[in-house]
Design a protein around this ligand. Structure first.
Ligand code: LLP
Length: 419
């Protein structure tokens, strides 16, 4: 359920006609619905009622400060993967002791930053990283709370680029080595073992892979207990999928039920790192048609948003529904919706039956709230789009559209070129 709907054939976000925002802000822009963001977070969080848990919103899916601040105000923690995300999280007011830090390539300054901030735990992805964190904690005269991210070798049945829990993936430490990792960790002076972690992939549309991962983690926790290592936090990562087209992922309540049933009475404190399921369908990308062009074999809708704004169709062949901002009676067309970038891969939709949007018309690329703006770039020196949040009958620009000066910000000429 989201708050993008038609009223008198006009697409609204909550009580604001999207056409009006486009007139004031220009296009393209990302648009987030406050009510939808809030609803999705609360439904997800409440689904785990009965368990001690902390939902750590996964920053990488949407790092806009207004979005982060909203989740923070609802009691969320934060899942981060870089020093930059820690910076944003702290700026949005997250308490450091609700922040978990994953990622295979943490750098010294990032580790120090997280240690100094006092985060809840590091999800450690290699033995070398474990040693480095121990060293840095010693240097900073502190203790590092860690979980080992285990790779349970489970097929999440999703796109290969976003599958993370298979042996062949770079993430985590395999189950056998993880035991050794915990033994090493227990001997390291500046490491405090607090948890266990996994994240098996993203856009997962069935419950079974999660349950299989949960069972593997529980077994490992039992083995650890036998060698005297106690685990407090069990971090199940994120990954629950959403409906982009015709997928039917489990409802968060269904996903949660299996986890809650399995963990009840275990004294484990559950951590979850959802991203897409919270923000994916709470945001859209609004674009305007620049031109129409009939090729010999294809019809093209040339839009002012391209792969630099929304990379998912290009990178994963991802489906995003295209909806008109003003509905007409015209017969739908079959077309490629393409952007202004000089690459054949620059498309938002291919061979798609879409509304007959004409030059100057606005359209919405749906389900773009997750991994939309965060994966956008300045490719072809295109300023990044604005971000807007609607609440009830008002809209707020929560990130200005970039301007040309932003494109060269930080660049300088070496003396031999400075005339
Ligand atoms: N935790 C960790 C450690 C992760 O690596 C991720 C996502 C999440 C949580 C959140 O996963 P979610 O609940 O959003 O599925 N750019 C891709 C998705 C990459 C996901 C990377 N990791 C896309 O646009 O589909």
């Amino acid at each position: 359920m989201h708050h993008f709907f038609y009223r008198n054939n006009e697409l609204y976000c909550e009580d604001v006609p999207i056409r009006m925002i486009a007139e004031k802000v220009g296009t393209p822009f990302y648009l987030y619905s406050h009510a939808t963001l809030k609803r999705h977070f609360l439904i997800f969080n409440e689904a785990f009622e009965g368990l001690e848990r902390l939902v750590c919103f996964s920053a990488k899916s949407n790092t806009n400060l207004a979005v982060l601040k909203l989740f923070k105000s609802l009691g969320s923690g934060l899942d981060i993967v870089s020093g930059g995300e820690l910076y944003r999280g702290l700026k949005a007011g997250f308490s450091p002791d609700k922040i978990v830090y994953s990622g295979v390539g943490k750098r010294i300054h990032e580790i120090d930053y997280a240690l100094e901030a006092g985060i809840l735990m590091f999800n450690v992805e290699s033995l070398e990283e474990l040693e480095l964190i121990d060293k840095r904690a010693g240097f900073l005269r502190t203790e590092a709370p860690v979980a080992i991210r285990v790779n349970p070798d489970i097929d999440p049945k999703t796109h290969p680029y976003i599958s993370t829990g298979l042996k062949k993936n770079k993430f985590g430490i395999d189950m056998e080595t993880a035991i050794d990792g915990y033994k090493v960790a227990s001997r390291l002076k500046n490491i405090n073992i607090v948890g266990i972690d996994c994240h098996i992939g993203s856009q997962i549309t069935e419950s079974k892979p999660f349950i299989d991962a949960l069972e593997s983690l529980k077994n490992l926790i039992n083995e650890l207990r036998q060698i005297g290592i106690q685990i407090k936090y069990m971090d199940m990562g994120g990954g629950l999928g959403i409906t982009y087209n015709d997928e039917s992922p489990p409802h968060p309540r269904e996903y949660a039920r299996a986890i809650v049933d399995s963990l009840k009475g275990s004294h484990l404190h559950l951590i979850l790192e959802p991203g897409r399921v919270i923000v994916g369908n709470a945001g859209i990308l609004v674009s305007r048609v620049l031109f129409r062009k009939s090729g010999k074999v294809k019809e093209f809708v040339i839009a002012d948003a391209g792969m630099n704004d929304l990379l998912r169709p290009t990178l994963y062949d991802a489906f995003h529904a295209i909806e008109p901002v003003v509905r007409t009676e015209d017969k739908p067309i079959t077309a490629d919706v393409v952007g202004p970038i000089c690459e054949t891969g620059d498309f938002l939709a291919v061979d798609r039956k879409i509304p007959d949007v004409k030059k100057g018309d606005l359209f919405a690329v749906m389900s773009a709230g997750a991994y939309g703006f965060t994966m956008s770039s300045n490719y072809c020196s295109r300023p990044r789009a604005a971000e807007v949040m609607v609440r009830d009958d008002r809209f707020h620009v929560v990130r200005d559209r970039e301007i040309y000066e932003d494109l060269v910000d930080g660049e300088s000429l070496p003396p031999f070129l400075d005339d």
